[in-house]
Design a protein around this ligand. Structure first.
Ligand code: HEM
Length: 312
């Protein structure tokens, strides 16, 4: 929603929004020099971030952030965009609280099921990092690679939660031939590569999202779009092989069917975007299908036991 409404910069600061926990509803509530104030605020934050990047040897990226003056451009206040972005943050807070509760509940399993506890610890740490990194996405004015890292971290958080659900449930593992599990691993790797290629296409779309009419977006896309589109065949092939292999395993039929259906939905929404000038509503759907599909693949992976293939 934030992406398709262009609300990413709806709140220029973080964690507050325009210095307040209840964001403004009209420009009159802001000081007249709010643009320069928040531009200076982000500049300070970026300088600090560039310092961290230099510590880990990312000098070129640090230079790019500091030298790109467009990063400091401040948009006009728009109450709708501000509240959409703020809504996104509030949902993030709910997720944060739930993950904190999960951590507290995991304390009692520290001795009996240590993995549940440690995964909770990892999720709290990643979540804190994710929250901070969200502020970097904003301070760098939605720089492409920061959005990608932010999204990949969200997938890691969801993945760890799926693992915890699996570990804390009674679910029995299902015996499958050893090769199916490997095919599934291949499907997951191929899907993740495709998600990465997709984020590259998103980055290219973002370059002209504000300067060109929607009808021209697809025409302007280059090699990264062609790679993403063509790689879909490999995604379809690997997942198709897995679905075919697993079709007789009754206990996994629903999950693998849902997973393959999501692949088809991701493909279909991609094709619709390509042929109908990227309709806004299909942008978040495309991303949702792709990431939910990875979630189902992970659930299948955890449910599959290939240690005793002879018993099948
Ligand atoms: C199963 C196959 C596919 C997967 C898993 C997938 C996944 C993704 C992902 C994760 C993104 C990034 C979205 C974002 O960061 O907001 C993306 C973007 C995109 N994909 Fe795909 N994709 C697939 C197939 C296709 C196909 C077949 C096409 C076109 C023929 C396509 C066209 C696009 C376009 C145009 C974007 C940019 C959308 C935007 O800017 O919001 N995709 N894809």
């Amino acid at each position: 929603m934030v992406r398709i409404t262009g609300s990413g910069m709806g709140c220029p600061d973080w964690p507050k929004c325009f210095g307040s926990y209840v964001p403004p509803t009209s420009v009159d509530q802001l000081p007249s020099d709010y643009k320069s104030e928040y531009s200076a605020y982000r500049d300070k934050k970026n300088k600090k971030f560039a310092k961290y990047l230099r510590y880990i040897g990312m000098n070129e990226t640090a230079d790019r952030i500091l030298n790109d003056q467009s990063i400091l451009a401040e948009s006009d206040f728009n109450a709708t965009k501000t509240w959409i972005e703020y809504g996104n943050r509030l949902v993030g807070v709910v997720i944060g609280i739930l993950i904190a509760v999960l951590f507290l509940r995991s304390l009692k399993f520290r001795k009996t099921i240590p993995v549940l506890f440690w995964v909770s610890v990892a999720n709290v740490v990643i979540l804190i990092f994710q929250g901070w990194f969200g502020s970097i996405v904003v301070s760098t004015n939605l720089t492409h690679w920061t959005i990608t890292v932010h999204m990949l971290l969200a997938i890691v958080i969801a993945g760890l939660l799926i693992y915890q659900v699996h570990k804390s449930g009674e679910a029995q593992q299902v015996q499958v031939p050893g090769s199916s599990k490997w095919v599934l691993v291949l499907c997951m790797i191929v899907l993740l590569i495709q998600v990465f290629f997709g984020t590259e296409v998103r980055g290219s779309v973002d370059v002209f999202i504000n300067s060109l009419p929607r009808e021209n977006w697809i025409k302007q896309l280059g090699m990264d779009f062609i790679i993403h589109r063509s790689f879909s065949w490999l995604v379809l092939l690997t997942n198709g092989i897995f679905f075919f292999q697993i079709r007789k395993t009754i206990a996994l039929k629903t999950l693998s069917g849902a997973m393959f259906l999501l692949i088809l939905c991701a493909l279909a929404t991609g094709v619709i975007m390509a042929y109908f000038n990227i309709p806004a509503v299909f942008q978040p759907l495309h991303l949702l299908f792709a990431t939910a599909c990875f979630g189902l693949q992970l659930m299948l992976f955890l449910k599959m036991d290939s240690s005793n293939p002879k018993s099948i």
